[in-house]
Write a protein that binds this ligand. Structure first.
Ligand SMILES: [Zn+2]
Ligand SMILES: [Zn+2]
Length: 97
């Protein structure tokens, strides 16, 4: 009776993630690059992979622990994050008043 199948749904095992993703980047165009069109809409990179939140606006480590992770290659992740994040605003005082 050691029901230790899954300690928590929150802490996701990177290896399991990787396996589920077929050890490939799961980016399907979020990064804005076009290489995805040649491989069933998915990035074909199998190297330089990282586990990172699917929700690219999640940046704090705490939030990332709770977020749903997925597999990215670094290149896609970097581009996707910079696309998803609003450019940290240059403090323009334009329309405050
Ligand atoms: Zn990509
Ligand atoms: Zn990729």
């Amino acid at each position: 009776m050691t029901g230790v199948n899954d300690v928590s749904a929150r802490r996701q095992d990177p290896v399991a993630l990787l396996r589920a993703a077929g050890a490939r980047c799961t980016c399907s165009g979020e990064c804005g690059r076009t290489h995805h069109t040649i491989d069933a809409g998915r990035c074909s990179r199998t190297t330089d992979l990282i586990a990172a939140p699917r929700d690219l606006t999640v940046t704090s480590p705490t939030a990332a622990c709770e977020a749903e992770l997925t597999v990215w290659c670094r290149r896609c992740h970097k581009s996707a994050v910079s696309k998803a994040m609003p450019i940290p605003s240059i403090p323009e005082t334009d329309s405050l008043f």
